[in-house]
Design a binder for this molecule. Sequence first.
Ligand SMILES: NC(=O)c1ccc[n+]([C@@H]2O[C@H](COP(=O)([O-])OP(=O)(O)OC[C@H]3O[C@@H](n4cnc5c(N)ncnc54)[C@H](OP(=O)(O)O)[C@@H]3O)[C@@H](O)[C@H]2O)c1
Length: 298
Amino acid sequence: MCRPSKPAQGSIGPPKKAPPVATFEASPALGPFVRLAIIGCGNMGSAVVRGLLDAGWTTRGEIIATHPDPDRANEISQRLGIEATTNNAKAAKGAEIILLGIKPQLIKRALQDLRGQLKPNQLVISIAAGISTRFIETYLPDSPIVRSMPNLPVTIAAGATAISAGSNASANHLASAEEIFRAVGIVEVIPEYLMDAVTGLSGTGPMYVFHFLEAMADAGVRMGLPRDVATRLSTQTIRGAAKLAELSELHPAALKDQVTSPGGTAIAALHVLRREAFSAIVMDAVAEATKRSAELGD
Ligand SMILES: NC(=O)c1ccc[n+]([C@@H]2O[C@H](COP(=O)([O-])OP(=O)(O)OC[C@H]3O[C@@H](n4cnc5c(N)ncnc54)[C@H](OP(=O)(O)O)[C@@H]3O)[C@@H](O)[C@H]2O)c1
């Protein structure tokens, strides 16, 4: 059962469809009913909403999203079947949890909208790359802030998210944020100084995998396979290998040794990857993304 939700003033398009039955049991940290405001509902905000709805963590009636443009707010409302408004402060007002889903470059504006509008018991969760809890606290000094770095697979409940607490956030606040992101994948609690590294690794990570997938499929096509066959085989290979690594107690290097027989195909391919410094290229890419995350917060 979910608490009946009240539409915020100035809101657009109340949910059209009946909400799904919630199967998720909220932890004592959150209590059974949580109203969620998504301030900035683009790619990641929408991904979190979809993930939470599919996981049965919440219902459409408990979520409100914002966009400064009325037409875009309406589009978000239609697309996700949730309430949407142009007014950040009003959306945040009735929410227990406020998720900041805005680009780092634009977050100041939204924080200005929220300044002086929040109660100390409202939890603010930011997903903005590079933006520190200390920066957010300059606008919201009394609010508990949790900084998070999810990644795109939260949309299919296969996300990898790291979280860290700001100075006003208690263990319970951290547990609430953890609960949200655990509904859509795995969660690691980390000290905040490591957040840029997480952004470079798992936050940016789906791009590395998509790029590698494209390269594998191209390689198959180059060797004569039809594109669709090469793409399906490559996708399933990445999925299967990741699943095996997840379920196995072996180190990835030991798994690699298992498929590398003497004088075989794998060792021939590995020779090329080692010669071309594949590992160093990946390490450099992650380092560059980590550096960029830190720059975004400057
Ligand atoms: N994409 C990823 O894989 C990923 C992963 C982890 C974390 N993140 C973080 O997630 C955040 C959002 O990224 P994204 O890729 O989802 O960006 P996005 O698609 O641009 O979504 C942000 C949304 O917020 C809207 N917006 C801008 N100013 C606003 C305001 N003042 N009030 C309310 N809404 C406003 C934007 O509208 P306009 O389009 O009109 O500007 C857009 O719809 C970023 O901080 C990013 O660092 C992203």
